[in-house]
Design a protein around this ligand. Structure first.
Ligand code: SF4
Ligand code: SF4
Length: 368
């Protein structure tokens, strides 16, 4: 068997659903990426701007690198509801995919080296300086959609990507017929469904308006005008994927990643639990990506958008006793939004107008 076929076969044997090869070269979407950066659509993700040269020239990631092996692992499952209310993006409900995809890639690389098929490699899962969707599209794993994700006819948008950069030159794989023939066509369901208008034009998402960015990557204040639109999303957002017709027939792979215990917690506890304990609870979960402050902030917004008695109690405590001014600020907003008719909330908001942090006090004044 030729090296190329052996590599692809071993990648499938490593347990990946989708495998393909592309040249290790400037990504096809490079120019679009540069325009996206220049327009500031990456928000506070400064590492993307800092890594621009490496992203545009991925050969710099592996001296002598020639080929990129792209892999996909399906994770489709039913929607996940937190107890008491609140949602997390489906990909984040189970075990951390970085570990699962990363460990499979590590074993695969060891095997390729042991078989003498490669001498060196570099492994990338999600956080590496790579436009992975662009390379994966070139390798035939799917097509880039109007929602700026990668779609596959069998898995829709519900699969993780990972890459191995290799030091051998292997001929690229072509997209199989059903992938090559697939496209968004005239559909615009995701654009119409996005509650914040984050999909500015086909294939261009402005992170500054995207709920996924705001609830996961943003470490600070979420703009007031987006908080109501966040609705029940406590971590991430799946709306553009859920409305996508390509994902409707994806297999249910919930068992592959299981359910992490943290996803069985009421988001109220994200406000009421200290950083250390919450960090221990999140070990092995994609929820680790957000800090305790971020999760408490998100929980406050969800509780403001979906009022309930436990939420009122948690927000009252937060407004009066929460250490983080950033969280207090969102708790103030949430109290006013969801519980303004309640006397207890009005009293707490009145006191918050005298909060020692000027931003919290201003939020309270703006809310009453
Ligand atoms: S993840 Fe949510 S907010 Fe972001 S583009 Fe998709 S629908 Fe819009
Ligand atoms: S919802 Fe429609 S337009 Fe959006 S990604 Fe899916 S097929 Fe493309």
């Amino acid at each position: 068997m030729e090296t190329r076929e052996q590599v692809l076969e071993m990648a499938r044997e490593a347990g990946f659903d989708l495998v393909g090869l592309a040249p290790l070269a400037r990504p096809r979407a490079g120019t679009r990426f540069e325009g996206w950066l220049e327009a500031g659509r990456h928000a506070d993700m400064g590492w993307l701007a800092r890594n621009r040269p490496r992203i545009l020239d991925p050969r710099s990631l592996l001296p002598g690198g020639k080929t990129i092996l792209c892999v996909g692992l399906g994770h489709s499952r039913a929607a996940v509801e937190l107890p008491g209310g609140g949602r997390v993006a489906r990909y984040a409900a189970g075990r951390d995919y970085h570990n699962l995809v990363g460990s499979r890639l590590r074993r695969l690389a060891r095997r390729l080296e042991a078989e003498g098929l490669i001498k060196s490699h570099r492994r990338v899962v999600d956080a590496g300086p790579l436009l992975e969707r662009s390379h994966a599209a070139e390798a035939g794993l799917g097509f880039e959609s109007k929602a700026a994700n990668l779609l596959h006819p069998a898995f829709g948008p519900w699969f993780f990507l990972g890459e191995l950069l290799l030091d051998v030159e292997l001929a690229p794989t072509a997209a199989p017929g059903r992938v090559a023939a697939a496209s968004c066509g005239s559909c615009r369901a995701c654009i119409d469904a996005c509650p914040t208008g984050a999909i500015e034009s086909p294939g261009v998402v402005d992170s500054r308006r995207c709920i996924s960015y705001q609830t996961i990557e943003n470490r600070g204040v979420i703009p007031r005008e987006l908080r109501g639109e966040i609705g029940e999303w406590a971590f991430g957002c799946d709306i553009c994927s859920e409305v996508c017709p390509w994902g409707r027939r994806a297999p249910n792979l919930a068992e592959r990643f299981g359910i992490h215990p943290e996803v069985e917690s009421d988001p109220v506890s994200w406000i009421e639990t200290g950083a250390e304990e919450l960090a221990a609870r999140r070990v092995g979960s994609p929820l680790q990506r957000a800090r305790r402050e971020g999760l408490a902030r998100n929980a406050a917004i969800v509780l403001g958008n979906r009022p309930r008695e436990e939420g009122l109690r948690a927000l009252l405590h937060a407004v009066e006793g929460e250490e983080s001014a950033m969280v207090r600020r969102h708790a103030v907003w949430a109290l006013a939004r969801g519980y303004g008719e309640e006397r207890r909330a009005r009293v707490a908001l009145g006191r918050a107008e005298r909060d020692p942090d000027p931003a919290v006090a201003a939020e309270a004044r703006a809310s009453t």
